[in-house]
Write a new protein. Sequence first.
Length: 320
Amino acid sequence: MAKAAAKHRETLPCEGLKNGKGLQKWWNQRYLQFMVLPGIIWMFVFNYIPMGGIVIAFKKYRITRPISDAPWVGFKYFQEFFQDSNFWNIMTNTLGISLLKLFIGFPLPILFALLINEIRGIKFKKVSQTISYLPHFLSWVVLGGILTSWLSKGGIINDFLIALNILKEPVSFLGAPNYFWALALITDSWKELGWGAIIYLAAISGVDQQIYEAATVDGATKIKKIIYITLPSITGTIAIMLILQIAGLMNSNFDQIMNLKNQINISRSQVIDTYVYQVGMTMGKYSYATAVGLFKSIIALILLLIGNTSCKKLLGRSLY
């Protein structure tokens, strides 16, 4: 008995873990936990420590003086943003582009994953997946230059549409503000379609194949298998991705917008992220830019809570 107790003590890092099931589990997984540690440290240094700088949203901060010396101004910069003549235009553009990506762009990777899953030719399936992934690995700086060339009056897109008699004369797509939202949706969907489908393909691969075999015996068609087996089986994955998409409604993909916008289409391309960059980095209004960024973060938190609650009630799945 004494030997067994001594042996048991040797498996614990300290006496305090005897009755701690959580700590015992952590100790058993200590090597995995240590692998996660660098990521936790990185997040703490670059995401949590800088949060102390949020205080400058309530101060008249100057870069030449310490934050502690800056005088308090309360909600002055928030009021300035709400009273800005560009406020409603910026909010309309931000929500308009994000909602298009939510209602149209979000389902596309799911549909693409379902289609890829139905391909039976292994080689053709791999080639299709590889081709769909490739645009994701192009940065928006590179892709922005390519699209600027393609969408110009002498670009390949105009030549193609004119050849099909869809257009009678060339159109400067990036020079027409009314086209910008559609271009933001199409280019983002094209770039991220294959990459976004990976997580859904992974979820689909985890579905028990015996269920499909039983459905085949019962005479179920492929469409019925998708509706009654595949989609219900990946509901949890869809719910999580939907919650994250809803929480990110105030984000309009800064890299994309920054590389596609210009002074001609700015009335439809100026979003919160580019506005914060403009007033903060180019105009030096750090307190004002911080206030706008903090406002966006608060709205994102509210949207996260709403999305989580809605998915929990409607789909029975949630982040927490």
